[in-house]
Design a binder for this molecule. Sequence first.
Ligand code: F6R
Length: 615
Amino acid sequence: MCGIVGYIGHRDAYPIIIKGLERLEYRGYDSAGIVLFDGKDTNLAKTKGKVEDLKNKSNTTISIDGKLGLGHTRWATHGVPNDVNSHPHYSNSGDLVIIHNGIIENYESIKKALIKRGYVFHSDTDTEVLVNLIEEVKKQEGVKLGKAVQIALNQVVGAYAIAVFDKNKSDEIVVARLGSPLAIGIGENEYFIASDASPFIEFTNNAVYLEDEEMAIVRLGKEIKLRKIKDDAIAYPNILELQMNLEEIEKGGYDHFMLKEIYEQPRAILDTYRGRLLADQGLIKMAGIDQNLEKFLNANRIIIVACGTSWHAGLVAEYIFEDLARIPVEVEYASEFRYRNPVITENDVLIAISQSGETADTLAAIKMAKERGAFVFGVCNVVGSSIARETDAGAYTHAGPEIGVASTKAFTTQITVLTLIALKLAKEKGSISESKYHEFLVELEGIPAKVEKTLASNALLEDIAEVYKDSSNCLYLGRGYNFPVALEGALKLKEISYIHAEGYPAAEMKHGPIALIDEEMPVVVIATRRGHYEKVVSNIQEIKSRSGKIIAVVTEGDVQVTELADHVVEVPETSEPLTPLLTTIPLQLLSYHIALMRGCNVDQPRNLAKSVTVE
Ligand code: F6R
């Protein structure tokens, strides 16, 4: 969480930093700040609130044209969101300035020691402690900034992506990372620093992603030099050519990123299987699986770890893997798995699912599984992300940047990748008949068109949203493949509209949640024809006889549920394992419209951040 951005070069840093912060705002948005340096003076503006507030504030506080600048958009960890706790932070002398994404866990003991040496602290943050520790080391050891940063970082415990400069050295910024992402964009005699590449994509396609425990001195006129923080060993920068383009990170005529990303799903799913699903040849080609086929085929079990929406995709995958490939699967919250001393053997395959590829708990679960000998496979969206690099092999979802904080296209593309893997393994194992396998390939190939058709129910969902926008609670029910979709629908509603929502397996309703049902309670039921239909119809009867309001997602042409439900949204027919790719869409749209009607910030819901790099 938190977005950091920096610039050093020949252009005015202010517009680059502000635009960069706007693009990184998905990472945290409770406060923001910027510092500019013109080689002589610095100007600082910081404020509680969004980058828009920062722009207003900097109109009065920034009066210089700095060619060096740092900016920060915050998701508070230590210290409430207010002006003082916002970054950047100065050291006591005023010479050093820092921005930081992460947590310094041992900051209290360092702070006490620094206070004893006469340091004064103005904020409650761990970051102000770090910049003063660097200053103290620099003074005590008589070293330059780069060395001081290195020594200081060897004394801290925690996670960080930092950028720091010294007012006495106007041509360099020192950066370092451990556990939080940091990219350096390389231009013509200019450098960009950011949590991801979006702030500098219109200036350069060349970037270096720092590895964990690496630091760099970014100096004008010099090539980037990477060093290991622990032992000073030189590391060689791997300069990547970025594929991202500007269009992908802008709203493209939509009011919100979330809506754009919902509508992108037909294209995103197609991009996910493009070149992998060759239905006419009866083939699924996935390098990460092809090269490690034996590992998967000989696996005792597959353990899936993830958080949030990605965890829901993992649950869908559990059904698909077990149903089609007959491989036992366990799905774990990464945050629980990493701390519960699980039994992991060399014959286990662990699949980590993450849109951002930066989720701290998922990353920690991967590291633990690797230490215990498991083969680790990643399903990530962000190319070059920490999880993509940490895993033994993997498959990207190729959904394109997902900027709305509520995950949408990441979910359906994760399911697409996992379905391809399950089908491939099923074919290799012979656990699926040739004809069934071919049917699946053809059906999966047709899913983008069916998603497109499902999106046509947008206006209907807007009408339904109007009816339920003032509800205080909502229940989501589904069975089998659509139970995880119920969980995902409930998560989407609560995170962006702040309406309390619960997802349940439909049959579990009678073991408790049924007590909640009255005429005020909307119940969203996924009742597609190919999924325990008759059983779900019985569950709907139970809701109806208690006067609950039923919003049903049904298969085109449905009669039975349509007669019972208050509102019906149709999705095209497809084979049961693929239904989540369609039934999810109306639930995303319903949440979007309800949140909008309630005046909520759809793309940046309160208290959340897109990339959860703290545990
Ligand atoms: C919900 C949402 C979160 C993420 C979760 C994991 O809409 O976006 O629940 O799914 O924080 O993030 P990733 O997939 O980046 O690991």
